[in-house]
Ligand binder design. Structure first.
Ligand code: NAI
Length: 462
């Protein structure tokens, strides 16, 4: 008889959520995790520590730039980098301990160590063999560097090393204008580093609505971040105490070099499946290394499932969480489901950027008739009161049915504002449904309603 109904491999947002939900559904569950603490990349070296640093440096920015405007006179703030990192570590510790508590509460067994799939229904951890009726692989992802760049996590770092730099660099080159590059680039720019972002494409944040990406780049440039776009990085190497990065401009192939104290490589992530024994177990992979799954998260081997960053789709903690809950329900004999059309994406800079559904470019390409309702935070009293009136809400709706197709927000609290649109989309709402919903005054949310009004007879405050 199997020891467990389910063994989940990996305790990141996908794995731990899956384990808890499966236990709630009455299964006997174990979760294997080799790190010292639970929570995976997100809690330990990703979403959570970066948000702590983003918060601390945002407060610094407020003190330096906006306090005096509000009649607050304080001495010039000083940065104690070691204390800031300790605050970040405290935040991480509190959260990882929280997952440990939830495991105990839900009677999920934490098997400490690195798992190897020995056979369907058999998971080896160290010298011990554990049996399970079902296995879920939730092993996440790891940074993928570029050929010609040797990451040392000291001077040439990934997002992991960028959280623990020995000191605040005077200059930083960020390779890749994606989410990690811009969030961590913002942190160090606010701490006083001269940050230069080098991006292969001609725009920042690939896949984002082009109008929002353009406005975002303008705002970040105003904050002091420099951008070199259309530039392919060829290599980076240690150079004295710092490093030098070489790149070629795509328009004329001209070669350039830039030196910096620190180089952050933020060119994407790849599935982390090392040592799992996937090949021996006969689990099929896709050409880019993700585990192949069907709509129910089943791999090519019966009884073995996979979710999160290790399979296809956006590499987002909340996408993994939703898949974790869904696969637990499938394994428990229920109907798990993830709506991939309504997965929000958020960049936690200041201002935040958030989106859900289709971009204007995607709708145009589909040939569907559409309308755009836009509202600037300049017309939002609350945003103006806190010096955050840069940015706007852009709502896209079907021209004939008025059904909401997508929403893109750059502005204060965008990462929270987006969720009323997510709920509306889940219910198949029209722009008018949002426009007719009373929104409290004065809130940032009014900007979302105004964008919905702009899809109809017009916004009021614009
Ligand atoms: P990314 O895929 O978002 O961006 C990588 C960027 O690097 C792209 O713009 C790409 O064009 C550029 N690039 C690639 N090769 C290059 C070269 N040779 N020279 C110049 N530029 C080059 O990847 P990122 O930022 O590393 O993030 C990894 C994953 O983690 C993403 O899937 C992201 O969604 C996720 N993530 C999400 C966060 C959030 O939701 N707030 C926070 C952090 C990460």
């Amino acid at each position: 008889m199997a020891d467990f109904d389910l063994i989940v491999i990996g305790a990141g947002p996908g794995g731990y959520v899956c384990a808890i939900r499966a236990a709630q559904l009455g299964l006997k569950v174990a979760c294997v995790e080799g790190r010292e603490t639970l929570g995976g990349t997100c809690l330990n070296v990703g979403c959570i520590p970066s948000k702590a640093l983003l918060n601390a440096t945002h407060q610094l920015h407020e003190a330096e730039h906006n306090f005096e405007k509000m009649g607050l006179k304080v001495a010039k703030p000083k940065v104690d980098w070691e204390a800031m990192k300790a605050y970040k570590d405290d935040v991480v510790g509190g959260n990882t301990k929280g997952i440990e508590f939830l495991f105990k509460k839900n009677k999920v067994t934490w098997i400490k160590g690195w798992a190897q799939i020995a056979a369907p229904g058999k998971v080896k951890v160290g010298d011990d063999m554990h049996g399970a009726k079902a296995i879920v692989i939730a092993t996440g992802s790891e940074p993928s560097s570029l050929p010609g760049i040797a990451v040392d996590e000291d001077v040439i770092v990934t997002s992991t090393g960028a959280l623990t730099l020995g000191k605040v660099p005077k200059s930083m080159v960020v390779i890749g204008a994606g989410v990690i590059g811009l969030e961590m680039g913002s942190v160090y720019a606010r701490l006083g580093a001269q940050v230069t972002v080098i991006e292969y494409l001609d725009a920042i944040t690939p896949g984002m609505d082009a109008e929002v990406a353009k406005a975002f780049q303008k705002i970040l440039t105003k904050q002091g971040i420099k951008f070199v776009l259309g530039a392919a990085v060829k290599g980076a190497s240690r150079d004295g105490k710092g490093a030098s990065v070489t790149y070629a401009l795509r328009k004329d192939d001209s070669e350039h070099e830039i030196k910096a104290d620190t180089v952050l490589v933020a060119t994407g992530r790849k599935p982390f499946t090392d040592g799992l024994g996937l090949e021996a177990a006969g689990i099929e992979l896709l050409p880019r290394g993700q585990i192949k799954t069907d709509a129910q998260f089943a791999t090519s081997v019966p009884g073995i499932y996979a979710i999160g960053d290790a399979i296809v789709g956006p590499m987002l903690a909340h996408k993994a969480e939703d898949e974790g809950m869904a696969v637990a329900e499938v394994i428990a004999g229920k109907h798990g489901h993830v709506n991939y059309d309504v997965i929000p994406g958020v960049i936690y800079t200041a201002p935040e950027v958030a989106s859900v559904g289709q971009t204007e470019e995607q709708i145009k390409e589909s040939g569907r008739p559409y309308k755009v309702g836009k509202f600037s935070f300049m017309g939002n009293a609350r945003a103006k009161a806190v010096f955050q009136a840069d940015g706007f809400v852009k709502l896209l709706a079907d021209k004939e049915t008025d059904r909401i197709l997508g929403c893109h927000i750059i502005g204060p609290g965008a990462g929270d504002l987006i969720h009323e649109v997510c709920v509306a989309m889940e219910f198949g709402a029209s722009a008018q449904d949002l426009a007719l919903t009373c929104h409290a005054h004065p809130t940032y949310s009014e900007a979302v309603r105004e964008a919905a009004l702009a899809c109809g007879d017009g916004a009021i405050h614009m």
